[in-house]
Design a protein around this ligand. Structure first.
Ligand code: ADP
Length: 259
């Protein structure tokens, strides 16, 4: 293989979605793709790889995998942890980054970088659904709102804290859901309930950000970063600006490609 003409494919095998990013041998980004992980994330990864390499008539490609399913794939050159890849992808796209909040389907990560872009400290929640995309999906579904419409439904505004009556205090998704039922029984509207859901997710992820002493510029990545209401709720809770990374869902795949 002529290493100098080798294209670079980053694959992020996440719990909810598989993401792929293709770079030319010169490092230019020429393609991205995303597909639900479903029951066969390897098949999803293979289909993305085939479509991106065929579209670009790629002869030789080096593949680096990251994400939850990175060790499942056997036709890759290397597997690298998500924390390293996210840091690399965001640092490449936003060189001023100091801290990262990444929220995916079933996990959330807070990462602080050092002055050279290395990982200084991080915390990850992959044990509890509260504070992740799947909890927001569950809550949205309860009100027949699609995940893509959730932010617009909330009016792009997480609302103000309204005292305990309108707050969800549980840190467990199962108990939080029963609090939601309670709020509805007390007459809260769907918008009020869903805004409270956003505030509870924001409070939870801000505990992680405080643990790593996150500082601005803070970039928000992962599929959930497309939710403007949540960005605003986190910004209000942490007390400094929260910026959305460019193409936030692809930061891990980009970082993998750059490895
Ligand atoms: P993972 O790497 O864990 O598979 P991703 O970073 O790919 O996760 O993000 C998947 C999550 O992003 C899902 O929970 C999904 O609901 C959420 N998501 C996808 N699109 C949107 C959108 N337009 N707005 C808000 N959330 C979204």
């Amino acid at each position: 293989m002529n290493e100098s003409r080798t294209w670079l494919l980053g694959l992020d095998l996440g719990s909810s979605a598989v993401k792929a990013v293709l770079l030319t041998p010169d490092g230019d980004l020429v393609g991205r793709g995303v597909s639900p992980s479903g029951s066969n994330p390897l098949a999803a990864a293979h289909a993305l790889r085939t479509s991106l390499t065929e579209q670009n008539t790629v002869q030789a490609v080096r593949v680096v995998a990251t994400g939850y399913g990175r060790n499942l794939a056997n036709d890759v050159n290397r597997a690298v942890t998500e924390i390293t890849c996210h840091a690399k992808g965001i640092r490449h796209t936003h060189p001023d980054v100091s801290s990262i909040l990444d929220i995916g389907g079933q996990d959330a990560k807070a990462i602080r970088l050092d002055a050279d872009g290395g990982v200084d400290d991080f915390v990850m929640n992959d044990r509890c659904a509260a504070g992740t995309g799947s909890f927001l999906e569950l809550m949205a579904r309860r009100f027949s709102v699609t995940i893509g419409d959730l932010s617009a439904f909330c009016g792009d505004d997480p609302g103000l804290d309204g005292g305990m009556e309108s707050e969800i205090s549980s840190t467990c998704a199962v108990f939080a859901e029963s609090e939601v039922v309670g709020m509805m029984a007390r007459g809260s509207t769907p918008v009020e309930v869903l805004r409270a859901v956003h505030r509870s997710v924001a409070r939870r992820v801000c505990l992680m950000l405080r643990r790593i002493k996150a500082a601005p510029p803070l970039y928000f990545s992962g599929g959930v970063a497309q939710n403007e209401t949540l960005r605003l709720a986190v910004e209000r809770e942490i007390g400094f600006p929260v910026k959305i990374a460019d193409h936030p869902q692809f930061m891990g795949a980009l970082g993998a490609a750059l490895m």
